[in-house]
Design a protein around this ligand. Structure first.
Ligand SMILES: [Zn+2]
Length: 51
């Protein structure tokens, strides 16, 4: 049997399986990027919230 090892947390993954620890990070990152944007003068600014 061959297992991939998650390079982030070291847990064993089935071939082709993605570790959830990374999914969570990417989800958070994507959420973060959804909320923030880089303005033309390279400042991180909050996008206008749609509440
Ligand atoms: Zn992991």
């Amino acid at each position: 049997m061959y297992y991939n090892e998650c390079p982030f947390c070291g847990c064993n993954l089935d071939p082709g399986e993605r570790c959830e620890c990374r999914d969570e990070k990417e989800k958070k990152k994507r959420k973060f990027e959804d909320l923030l944007t880089i303005s033309s003068d390279e400042q991180i600014v909050l996008k206008e919230a749609v509440v």
